[in-house]
Design a protein around this ligand. Structure first.
Ligand code: HEM
Length: 520
């Protein structure tokens, strides 16, 4: 018995040593990180080391040096308050001296097994997002690609396919003629009317999936010419559920190998893929030239014709969130809603021009919503090389836009308030810090197209219904950062109701519970 125990202890000990050696061997170069985390070096010393690394180099190295010098100037002003708060609470818990008040350029998220840095400096963000070789996006989206079997503009590792897809989306969404805009507007309005009609007499219908399904149908129609998209609501729900399970399994070690989660995910994936197959058959039936062109891009690059989700996810997801968030904001701000309704009524004769204009309250509502609740809240990249002295190879760098969108030094003391009128006197610095469509080489190619659709749908909903919160529950669910990770519409958010309007008055009401939404 004793011998057996001794043997077990010996084998266990050897295993532990092997694991420790393997961890050491496999771990990325953490010199910079450990210097920062050791507390022995100040941030400025680490930055100094970065400067020394650039010394004597020209071209990119010189640009980098200039950038760092500017960054140091900015450091006193911009910082990641979410990460700083986290550090403060950690420090308080461990009874250390109060955290330094010097503002960090970036902070590691200590709670993550993977090294993740949240940037708090705009210049640093510009560097990360403009150097696609050092900071790769596709590697951070591997699990996203895997969950939906994607090989999309966001996830592909094939540089030539990426370039062609980007250009396909750019030219399919930009430079539309007035006639094309008019057709789009008619399509969106018809879809809104059809969604609102399904609410009648059906109390208890969750409103978020309804709106999201509607946006999905609207964009599938406007982009591919699909007259119907069967099970659009369910499709939108499945996309979120699958992503939620994937994110649980990625981020919470105890869930990683949970067989029940795996099983649930398989079931939902197979249902989603069936819906997408049916949708694909309908696209084939309508003989869509846009769909044909997209398929050709894949085929020319040596791939299969492509999963329809590759296009649908960029097309509808961010816009649907934007529309849902704007409805929340308008429900919380009845005076803005009323003013908007009056503006819409004044433009009943020039609807198209009104929806295209960016000098309207409608547009300011849209912009302000995207500031408070950016639908794509993070741009995250993986560091591909150790030849930069700030981030270790293999780590992730996250730019969390709320850090910049809610900075009181930039936006003033009411930075977290919904105040569309602030856009009338916006400053250059505020424009610089406003990035709902991202920044850098992979910035969104369809900003005008997406915003036009968002405005048309909002206009139609607001002119035909009054949007209200129901009950005394919390009225908004801010998209904030939870240790750097974004959330969709808050699961605890309130219940909205749409009150139908006929000739300027409210005539009936239906209540719609906000359904649970899913983390990114
Ligand atoms: C409210 C609407 C939208 C928002 C807030 C939004 C936001 C974004 C953001 C933040 C990125 C950068 C992602 C990253 O770098 O990781 C992006 C990229 C992209 N978006 Fe949008 N987007 C919207 C609508 C659309 C629409 C309607 C399309 C139509 C096809 C579209 C197509 C794309 C494409 C193709 C890219 C990838 C560009 C590249 O990787 O080079 N987006 N979008």
């Amino acid at each position: 018995m004793i011998l057996a125990l001794a043997c077990i202890a010996l084998v266990g000990g050897v295993l532990l040593v092997v694991i420790a050696v393997m961890r050491w061997y496999l771990s990325p170069d953490i010199a910079v990180l450990s210097r920062l985390q050791s507390g022995l070096y100040s941030l400025s010393e680490v930055v100094q080391a970065e400067l020394s690394a650039c010394r004597g180099t020209s071209g990119a190295g010189d640009d980098r040096r200039q950038q760092i010098l500017r960054v140091r100037g900015q450091q006193a002003r911009v910082y990641d308050k979410f990460a700083a708060e986290f550090l403060r609470s950690e420090t308080a818990r461990e009874h250390h001296a109060p955290a330094s008040t010097s503002m960090p350029l970036f902070l590691p998220l200590l709670s993550k097994p993977d090294k993740v840095f949240v940037l708090s400096d705009l210049d640093l963000a510009k560097w990360v997002l403009s150097d696609a070789t050092t900071f790769d996006r596709s590697q951070t989206l591997e699990s996203f690609a895997d969950a939906f079997q994607l090989d999309s503009v966001f996830t592909t590792k094939d540089a030539s396919l990426y370039r062609d897809l980007r250009s396909f989306f750019a030219h399919s969404t930009n430079g539309l003629s007035s006639d094309q805009y008019e057709t789009m507007m008619a399509t969106f309005q018809r879809r809104v009317d059809s969604m609102l009609s399904t609410f009648a007499g059906s109390a208890g219908v969750p409103f978020i999936p309804k709106v999201e399904g509607m946006v999905l149908e609207a964009y599938a129609d406007a982009f591919f010419g699909m007259r119907t998209f069967p099970n659009a609501d369910e499709c939108a729900i499945l996309i979120k559920r699958i992503w939620q399970i994937k994110s649980l399994r990625n981020n919470i070690p105890s869930h990683r190998w949970n067989p029940l989660l795996r099983l649930r995910m398989r079931r939902q994936q197979s249902r989603l893929f069936r819906i997408i197959e049916e949708a694909q058959a309908l696209v084939n039936d309508v003989d869509s030239s846009v769909a044909d062109e997209m398929a050709k891009v894949y085929i020319a690059n040596g791939h299969g014709p492509g999963n329809l989700l590759n296009a649908l996810i960029p097309l509808y997801e961010a816009i649907s969130r934007g529309v849902v968030y704007a409805l929340f904001e308008l429900a919380s701000s009845q005076s803005v809603q009323e003013e908007l309704r009056e503006e819409i009524a004044r433009h009943s004769d020039d609807e198209l021009e009104y929806c295209k204009s960016t000098n309207t309250l409608l547009h300011r509502v849209w912009k302000e919503t995207l500031r408070l609740r950016p639908p794509t809240p993070n741009q995250t990249r993986r560091v591909t090389t150790g030849h930069n002295a700030l981030f270790p190879i293999g780590s992730k760098v996250a730019i969390v836009w709320s850090v910049f969108h809610l900075d009181p030094d930039v936006w003033g003391p009411d930075a977290t308030e919904f105040r569309p009128q602030r856009w009338i006197g916006v400053t250059g610095e505020q424009e610089q810090n406003y990035r709902p469509f991202g920044m850098g080489v992979q910035e969104c190619v369809a900003q005008n197209y997406g915003s036009f659709g968002g405005r048309v749908m909002l206009k139609r909903i607001v002119e035909s219904t009054s949007i209200q919160h129901k009950g005394d529950g919390p009225t908004t669910g801010r998209v904030g950062t939870d240790r750097g990770y974004s959330r969709g519409p808050d699961p605890d958010a309130s219940i909205l109701r749409f009150v139908r309007r006929t000739q300027g008055t409210d005539v009936s009401s239906d209540d719609h519970r906000v359904s649970r939404n899913v983390d990114d």
